[in-house]
Design a protein around this ligand. Sequence first.
Ligand SMILES: [Zn+2]
Length: 151
Amino acid sequence: MSETTHVPCPHCTARNDVSRDLLSNQPSCASCAQALFEGKPIELDTPRFDAIALRGDLPVLVHFWAAWSGTSLMLNKWPMMSASQKWEPRMRFAKVNGEAHPDLVKRYGIPLLPGLYTFHRGQVVQHVHERMTPISGQMLDRMIWYALNRL
Ligand SMILES: [Zn+2]
């Protein structure tokens, strides 16, 4: 089997086609040689969001956060980190500072930060934001469960 998974590099955004067998084997980027999975959420600005969250074959759960939100700070401190360590390379985790990147907040119509959005092959496949429901670590777990079992 020569099935590969497209994994954009979190450092240089280069396309990497990683063989399924090697995904769990700490693959590194063919272009910049840095690790494709680092056990922590990938920090994204707009160009990197377009290159990493919207491309590739793995679902990407993005935390749109705000520095004034206690929930955001709590999620960034531990649940997002532990989820990356636990679930990579089956899915990827990223964060966007929503105040620094209002263009992305506007693009996805996020009415109130924080928000958790899962992208798969360029599409939003699930999302919650603070106006719909309280964001929590439990919500994060539920979204991960959905991504792992339904996508
Ligand atoms: Zn790279």
